[in-house]
Ligand binder design. Structure first.
Ligand code: C2O
Ligand code: CU
Ligand code: CU
Length: 503
């Protein structure tokens, strides 16, 4: 076990008062088993993700995902959803669902106005499709069309026109075939789409060390087994006990610049990440749909499924020892015993280790990108979120008392502005997500939400009423809104939205 120690893997991960040792031992044991059993590479050398383990304390790779960047306004690539044996958190995970063999899938980087062409193939044995979460795209044809039903063996050419006014930010793609979405995400299908733009051009941001964290959780028992099948787990939304960052268990990030720009995506089907940088404050500069107008200091950051955030971390003043990024418990249901099982434990999910000392304190940018408030709405609608028993079907998750139907449940007009009141009448928290047009969160139980930000996914906690404002711009057609706990979405908590041409 010398290798792990020399690579910084077997280090005291938790301070005494953090009760997470049990979980850590569990996972690390599996890593050792994997090393013992399956780590001989083609040449007979001990390897891990292509790297010899005998090379000493070289930094571990911080992601396995390929990066594709647009050039001269175009990015074209081939993307195949296929089964693959991958290493997740240091353990061999057979027959997971991958994009091009990778978990997370390739990271795509584009600019506003670019064309993004994806020659997609479904090599799974079940239908799938692609959704481009957070992007302002047409919901029809070969763009952000979640009604496509791509059968096993089928190919499809997605041709996306990235909107010229698309806010620079962290977006992502994942499957959206109703009834299969949670399972396919849980098996690994997700990748980042980064839109580069004004925020990236601020000098302080440009000088920062940029890191991407795709947060995913997995069940260790293999597909179709164990907890995934548990009825209760589907009600709550499935969670796996292995938390990974870019497919890695507890990676160590070497801090080499004065400022780290950390961009996070929660790509888990159900798990909420309540994150804390051990003993440090976080400076959030962006949310789902690009920059805040000013940086926001926080002690912790809650990311529901689907949400993204960007934070800045000052290297100056960090201790020279590894700093843990902690995932803290979050109780997302009010159901006594049942809820408590799903509240999670405290564990470190990544470490930041300052490498180049001394660091210089950096002035953080004070003005980021302006967020203009949307004008007054022409109408207000109400959406209730609840669950109940449906005869012959069991438990269903409902919006306005109705499970998902293959017909428009809400009809709006292009260029109108509406306020939507999202009312949670159930016993579980629901992150509400809208496709195609992002929104601004106005208030929570009547209390104005500050600062004003652009979002596409907003948490509506048990008993809460959250008011959002949305402008339907540029695209007519049919799309969806839903709970981003994808088990809830698959079990009915989704509605069709039809955007009609102006009256
Ligand atoms: Cu990320 Cu409709 O979802
Ligand atoms: Cu989406
Ligand atoms: Cu939900």
């Amino acid at each position: 076990m010398k290798f792990w120690r020399s690579m910084g893997m077997v280090v005291p991960l938790f301070s005494k008062n953090i009760p997470a040792i049990k979980e850590f031992r569990h996972v690390s044991l599996r890593r050792r088993q994997f090393l013992g059993l399956a780590a001989l590479g083609a040449t007979g050398a001990l390897v891990w993700q292509g790297r010899s383990l005998l090379q000493g304390p070289a930094p571990l790779p911080t992601t396995v995902s390929e990066i594709y960047r647009s050039e001269a306004g175009l990015l074209e690539l081939t993307l195949e959803a296929r089964y693959g044996d991958v290493i997740l958190g240091g353990e061999l995970a057979p027959r997971r669902m991958t994009y091009n063999g990778q978990i997370p899938g390739p990271r795509l980087e584009v600019k506003p106005g670019d064309r993004l062409i994806i020659n997609f193939k479904n090599a799974l044995d079940q239908p799938t499709n692609l959704h481009f979460h957070g992007l302002h795209l047409s919901p029809s044809g070969n763009q952000d069309n979640v009604f496509l039903h791509l059968n096993p063996g089928e190919t499809f050419r997605y041709e996306l026109q990235i909107h010229p006014q698309q806010r620079a930010g962290t977006y992502w793609y994942h499957p959206h075939h109703h009834g299969h979405a949670a399972e396919q995400l849980f098996q690994g299908l997700a990748g980042l789409i980064v839109v580069r733009g004004d925020l990236d051009d601020l000098p302080e941001i440009r000088a920062a060390q940029e890191e991407f964290f795709v947060l995913q959780d997995f069940a260790l028992d293999g597909p179709g087994q164990g907890m995934m099948a548990a009825h209760m787990n589907l009600m709550m939304g499935r969670e796996g006990s292995l938390i990974t960052v870019n497919g890695l268990f507890h990676p160590e990030i070497a801090v080499t610049k004065d400022l780290v720009r950390l961009r996070l995506l929660n790509a888990s089907p159900s798990r909420f990440y309540r994150l804390q940088l051990f003993g440090q404050r976080l400076t959030q500069i962006a949310g789902d749909n690009g920059a805040f107008s000013q940086p926001l200091e926080r002690d912790e950051l809650l990311l529901t499924p689907g949400q993204r955030a960007e934070v800045l971390i000052q290297a100056h003043g960090l201790p020279k020892t590894p700093i843990h990024l902690l995932s803290l418990p979050y109780q997302r249901a009010q159901m006594g015993m049942m809820g408590r099982q799903f509240s999670g434990i405290t564990q470190a999910i990544a470490d930041f280790t300052p490498k180049e000392v001394p660091f210089t304190p950096r002035r953080l940018p004070q003005d980021l990108i302006a967020v203009e408030p949307l004008p007054e709405p022409s109408r207000t609608r109400r959406f209730t979120l609840s669950h109940g028993m449906v005869p012959g079907q069991g438990m269903a998750f409902l919006i306005n008392g109705e499970a998902y139907q293959d017909r428009p449940q809400t009809t709006v007009r292009l260029n109108e502005i509406e306020d939507w009141e999202l009312v949670n009448l159930g016993t579980m928290d629901h992150p509400f997500h809208l496709h195609v047009n992002s929104f601004q969160v106005l208030s929570r139980n009547g209390v104005p939400e500050v600062p004003l930000v652009w979002a596409d996914t907003v948490l509506v906690k048990v008993g809460e009423t959250v008011k959002i404002r949305v402008a339907f711009r540029d695209f007519v057609g049919t799309t969806v809104y839903h709970c981003h706990i994808l088990d809830h979405e698959d079990l009915g908590m989704m509605g069709q939205l039809e955007i009609l041409p102006p009256a």
